[in-house]
Design a protein around this ligand. Structure first.
Ligand SMILES: Nc1nc2c(c(=O)[nH]1)N[C@H]1C(S)=C(S)[C@@H](COP(=O)(O)O)O[C@H]1N2
Ligand SMILES: [Mo]
Length: 241
């Protein structure tokens, strides 16, 4: 657990407390259009138009939505999962799941915030600090960025080296105090606590140290490369919705 670094909160606490007192009556009103439009599209649309943030309280799978740009993703486990660290490093590394579990674990509790507007308050993530893996590999002086690849074969993300070294950026093995399930990017995903959730690449398989930032999958399609919650993406228009 760590709070050395400034953090961005998606929701003022006061608002969350207020909404908590509205109860099921208000949720019933808000959920009424669902019958005609379908839960997913209702939530996507309402999140943008709903300045109360009420949609964040609607029951939709524990608040999370499942996102994958790949139509199918292989399952990986203790036996076949590998994470490589390479690029501009002195000591390229390959980690198994057991290797990662044997390293010191950091647990952070923050709000998950998707750029579409849905939010899951105070969600525990646990894993190895990315900075630890970078230090173990020995980042070379001319390096300026880190690129992430995924075993879905499609998704990519990136961070500047300074962002990647923050203490609230994890190679996450657990979420909500359970091992990360396949649908949430298990067995290992990136977790970039201070940024919109598209930065948190699921099914992480590669960490490559590079000279410059290369825009990731959604960043090629319109998202901001610097994805600070509350300080990026304009009105939070969302190409995934
Ligand atoms: N590999 C991969 N990682 C990904 C995505 C994806 O499509 N593929 N979607 C991103 C987006 S836009 C979001 S909001 C979150 C969703 O995570 P979840 O499916 O665990 O809710 O994953 C992010 N990481
Ligand atoms: Mo997202």
């Amino acid at each position: 657990m760590n709070s050395e670094q400034p953090e961005e909160r998606g929701t003022p606490v006061g608002r969350r407390v207020f909404l908590g007192t509205l109860g099921l009556g208000a949720l019933g009103v808000a959920a009424a259009p669902v019958l005609q439009r379908g839960m997913e599209s209702f939530l996507a649309g309402a999140a943008e138009k709903d300045p109360t943030g009420l949609t964040g309280l609607l029951p939709n799978g524990g608040g999370f939505r499942y996102y994958s740009v790949a139509s199918s993703v292989p399952h990986k486990n203790e036996g076949n999962y590998r994470l490589t660290v390479d690029g501009l490093v002195d000591r390229p590394m390959t980690y198994s799941l057991d290797d990662l579990r044997a390293l010191p674990q950091t647990r952070l509790v923050r709000d998950v915030q998707c750029v579409t507007g849905w939010r899951v308050p105070e969600t525990p993530f646990e894993g190895v600090r990315l900075s630890r893996l970078l230090d173990a590999a020995g980042v070379r002086p001319k390096a300026g960025a880190v690129r992430f690849t995924c075993f879905d074969g499609v998704y990519t993300e990136s961070l500047t080296l300074d962002q990647a070294r923050r203490s609230d950026v994890l190679v996450a093995l657990r979420m909500q105090d359970k091992d990360l399930g396949h649908s949430h990017g298990g067995p290992v995903r990136l977790y970039v606590a201070p940024m919109y959730f598209y930065k948190s690449a699921k099914w992480l398989s590669g960490i490559t140290v590079t000279e410059d930032v290369e825009p990731g999958y959604w960043e090629e399609r319109g998202y901001d490369v610097d994805a600070w919650v509350g300080r990026s993406n304009g009105r939070d228009d969302d190409p995934t919705s």
